[in-house]
Write a protein that binds this ligand. Structure first.
Ligand SMILES: Nc1ncnc2c1ncn2[C@@H]1O[C@H](COP(=O)(O)OP(=O)(O)O)[C@@H](O)[C@H]1O
Ligand SMILES: [Mg+2]
Length: 329
């Protein structure tokens, strides 16, 4: 049995922007192993959500298009599946939770009936049984008085409780993969930590893999086994979480780590990587991170770096991967 649950190979996604078909995700390859949490990090606009939507085949065409690549789920290429087969995969094998649960919950139905509906969609059981399971799952995800809460409408719940309902819907069919796209960004820090712990506990309990998308390196440190760092639609570095934090090799990853606020240090201003994420229609010829990198030279300006294997599954897209210490980083 393979230890990989998902294998993304050379994924390319384009969007029509101002009438031009523009690649926004390119050369993206990564695996998600069984029972692991893979973090996908990067600044806003780097292609994280597009990548996760591609796995779910939720890129609306047009304006979007999956232009190249394979997405293998337990060895089967999702990109070759008929829409009908894919509908079975969604929710049953792969479930997704988003940043703002209010937009994904239907305001007209009670939370319990929305969970029950998800259960009925993928399982043969009576409405009564589905309702009972819904209440059970609400209890499991830490919703107090679940029988009562099942009768509540989304607007009657707090943001944290709504996100728990979304997680309950996602978990209701025991998916093999949970994609959590910035699941806690809209919540306050205490609730954030609770929700992340819940996802972590469920991952362990249910033998599930998680793709955790975030722009917060602190969240990555606490919740992920491996990390893929995305920038301008490409993966710049991928490694296990220890390596990313203890031995990062890409200047962009190093910049992201420097930008984590430290509780024990009094600083007047938080560190920020200088410059901005480039627009996809004006990417530099060489390294996409070059214009913001302190170590950029002529080679970086002219030649796009490939992903280099540093060993032990540590891949880095930088001409100077492994040489940066001599350059003073
Ligand atoms: N519906 C769309 N139409 C056109 N371009 C889009 C659309 N959705 C995403 N994009 C492009 O894809 C890029 C990456 O978006 P996204 O994956 O949402 O970034 P993030 O890393 O913040 O999740 C955006 O900066 C934008 O250029
Ligand atoms: Mg996003």
């Amino acid at each position: 049995m393979s230890e990989q649950l998902v294998e993304v190979k050379d994924l390319k996604v384009t969007y029509y922007q101002n009438g031009v078909e523009t690649p926004v995700v390119r050369n993206v390859s990564f695996e998600i192993k069984k029972n692991e949490t893979l973090g996908l990090v990067g600044e806003s606009g780097s292609g994280k959500s597009v990548t996760s939507k591609a796995i779910m085949r939720l890129i609306a065409e047009p304006p979007g298009k999956i232009a190249n690549g394979e997405i293998l789920f337990e060895g089967k290429n999702l990109l070759k599946m008929k829409e009908k087969q894919m509908q079975k995969v969604r929710g049953k094998d792969i479930a997704m939770i988003f940043q703002e649960p209010m937009t994904s919950l239907n305001p007209l139905y009670t939370c319990g009936s929305q969970i029950a509906e998800a259960i009925l969609l993928h399982n043969k059981c009576s409405k009564q049984e589905a309702w009972e399971r819904a209440v059970e799952i609400l209890k499991m995800v830490g919703v107090p008085s679940p029988e009562k809460r099942a009768q509540s409408y989304p607007h009657e719940l707090s943001g944290g409780m709504r996100q728990r309902v979304m997680i309950a819907i996602a978990l209701s069919c025991n998916p093999r993969l949970l994609i959590a796209d910035e699941p806690t960004t809209a919540l306050d820090p205490t609730i954030q930590a609770q929700i992340l712990k819940l996802i972590h506990d469920m991952q362990k309990e249910k033998d599930m893999s998680v793709l955790l998308i975030t722009h917060d390196m602190g969240i990555v440190a606490e919740n992920c086994d491996r990390v893929a760092v995305m920038y301008a639609g490409q993966i710049l570095e991928i490694a296990d979480v220890k390596t990313i934090f203890g031995n990062p090799a890409h200047p962009y990853t190093i910049g992201l780590l420097k930008a984590i606020p430290k509780l024990d240090e009094k600083v007047d201003r938080l560190y920020n990587i200088r410059g901005m994420v480039p627009r996809f229609n004006e990417l530099p010829n060489g390294c996409t991170f070059g214009p913001r990198c302190d170590f950029c030279d002529k080679k970086c300006e002219e030649e796009a770096p490939q992903l280099v294997n540093m060993g032990d599954g540590h891949l880095v897209r930088c001409h100077y991967a492994g040489y940066l210490p001599e350059r003073g980083i």
